[in-house]
Design a protein around this ligand. Structure first.
Ligand SMILES: [Zn+2]
Length: 287
């Protein structure tokens, strides 16, 4: 019995000393990580985001509402969107209009247009929960918004019919509507948006309709102007597009000077040539 007691004591001592040693190591680690934080304040932030992206939609959105497609929220410096488990919203490969500013119509296009026929099945892109089903006569027509477990929301517009109801859980690939031409639309097509915390991001950065796949296992959204580390170098995420409303008397040279950009880049961004005429009220992309 005495023998056992001494073994117990010895092991207790061993546990205690390991405990002390581990604590020492822990202190060392804290010092190291504090030091790293100062040198590279971006990395710990990114790590936190990556850790929490398992079911980010649970805590990243402040509330659940059945209204308001786009809203203003504070976007993180970076956010990793998990694209695994996707299903293409349509089997169509034909893009009829891209995301971004359309000089021809002088407005920003918040999504991607894909050619579909009336009655074609439209599928949920990821698992999620239907947040909005509504009808907008002068806009989206019949449309559906789904909040996904990977943190983004997707919108499907100009549908001829909706096949889901609000607050319904859906699986990736579940039919959610039929293609159509409702709302402000000329010719049947699917208007598809990908939205992160109320802000539209280019669906082509996530989905490759031509090849019926996603662009990778994940896509990292970076807030314009935010700093990040790539291959050991600090980089700054690109700026958001900037626009200029043409006033009478404006010339490309004047506009370029005002915004500190080259005339050539304005020509390029807006598909203009030296012979193009700009008119007052027209919106030009300058960045
Ligand atoms: Zn569209």
């Amino acid at each position: 019995m005495k023998y056992f007691k001494s073994i117990l004591l010895v092991s207790l001592f061993a546990v205690l000393s390991i405990g002390v040693a581990a604590q020492d190591m822990l202190v060392d680690k804290v010092v190291v990580s504090r030091h790293m934080e100062r040198v590279d304040s971006v990395a710990p932030h990114n790590m936190l985001l990556n850790e929490s992206y398992v079911i980010p939609s649970m805590d990243m959105y402040p509330k659940w509402e059945n209204t308001g497609v786009h809203f203003t929220a504070t976007l993180p410096d970076s956010f990793k969107i998990d694209l695994t488990g996707f299903v293409m919203p349509t089997t169509s490969r034909k893009i009829t209009d891209i995301f971004g500013y359309r000089p021809r119509r002088r407005r920003v296009h918040n999504g991607l247009d894909i050619k579909v026929e009336r009655g074609d099945t439209i599928y949920a892109a990821f698992d999620g929960k239907v947040r909005i089903t509504a009808y907008q006569r002068r806009g989206y027509g019949h449309y559906v918004v789904i909040r996904h477990n990977n943190g983004i929301e997707t919108l499907y517009a100009h549908l001829s019919k909706k096949l889901v109801i609000e607050n319904q859980n859906v699986k990736a690939g579940q039919p959610i509507g039929l293609g159509g031409n409702t709302g402000r639309s000329t010719g049947s097509h699917l208007h598809f948006e990908t939205i992160l915390l109320g802000k539209c991001i280019d669906p082509a950065k996530l989905f490759d309709f031509k090849n019926q796949t996603v662009t990778g296992e994940s896509y990292v959204y970076r807030r314009p102007g935010s700093r990040y580390i790539e291959n050991g170098k600090v980089k700054v995420a690109g700026p958001e597009p900037k626009f200029h409303k043409v006033k009478s008397g404006d010339t490309i040279a004047k506009i370029a000077k005002k915004h500190g950009v080259s005339q050539r880049s304005i020509f390029k961004l807006n598909g203009l040539t030296a012979n193009s005429i700009i008119r007052p009220g027209q919106r030009l992309r300058v960045q």
